[in-house]
Design a protein around this ligand. Structure first.
Ligand SMILES: [Mg+2]
Length: 207
């Protein structure tokens, strides 16, 4: 499944790309399993769209790292930090219109009190059994996650107070997906092993 996710660029330095997605943002999706529609219609026609469901999100993408770290805030008043979501994914690459990555089979949730749990840990074995990821890759995802757990336990960035008072600029508009999102060369599952494949793009994959 290809997905196009729009963001507001908050910060773009050699050390970090910080992206903000407000509530109400709509993403694009091409479901490769939809056998009833020609591919060109899936990409260029009407896209199914999803509302972003986890509350507003500041996504920290760290060059070369096999994860991005998402900070979430509740929609209720008063606005309150609700924790970190660690999306294990291929290190991002830049394209002409944004960045690309591929989701891995495992995620990590870190609560504001720094307690944590795996998300979809039980499904990781299933992904291996159906041949999407190898056991070695899956072991690597757990190792990547453990690296982040150690960061959190030591309160290393961004599990410190760096973003405690962060808030989006109220002037920022809800971002929209680039019209050519599905045309940029991008990732496929094999990129988790470092092999670049042909067409197929997204600005992030479903988690
Ligand atoms: Mg994920």
């Amino acid at each position: 499944m290809l997905q196009g996710w729009p963001y507001v660029v908050v910060e773009d330095t050699p050390d970090m790309l910080a992206l903000w997605m407000p509530v109400g943002t709509r993403m694009k999706r091409v479901d490769m399993a939809d056998r009833n529609s020609p591919v060109k219609d899936l990409i260029h026609g009407e896209h199914p769209v999803d509302e972003f469901r986890r509350g507003e999100c500041l996504r920290l993408m760290l060059p070369g790292k096999p994860y991005s770290i998402w900070l979430h805030w509740s929609q209720n008043s008063p606005r309150r930090f609700s924790g970190w979501y660690v999306n294990l994914e291929a290190p991002f690459v830049r394209t002409e219109i944004g960045v690309d990555t591929t989701d891995n089979s495992l995620d990590l949730v870190v609560m504001p009190d720094l307690t944590w749990h795996w998300k979809d840990g039980d499904m990781a074995a299933e992904w291996v059994s159906v041949g999407v990821f190898t056991q070695a890759q899956t072991d690597g995802f757990f190792a990547d996650g453990n690296e982040v757990i150690a960061m959190a336990q030591q309160r290393h960035f961004p599990f410190d107070d760096s973003f405690a008072d962060w808030a989006p600029d109220p002037e920022w508009a809800i971002p929209t997906v680039h019209p050519e999102w599905a045309d940029a060369p991008g990732y496929d599952l094999n990129l988790t092993t470092g092999n670049r494949l042909g067409n197929g793009a997204s600005s992030g994959k479903e988690h």
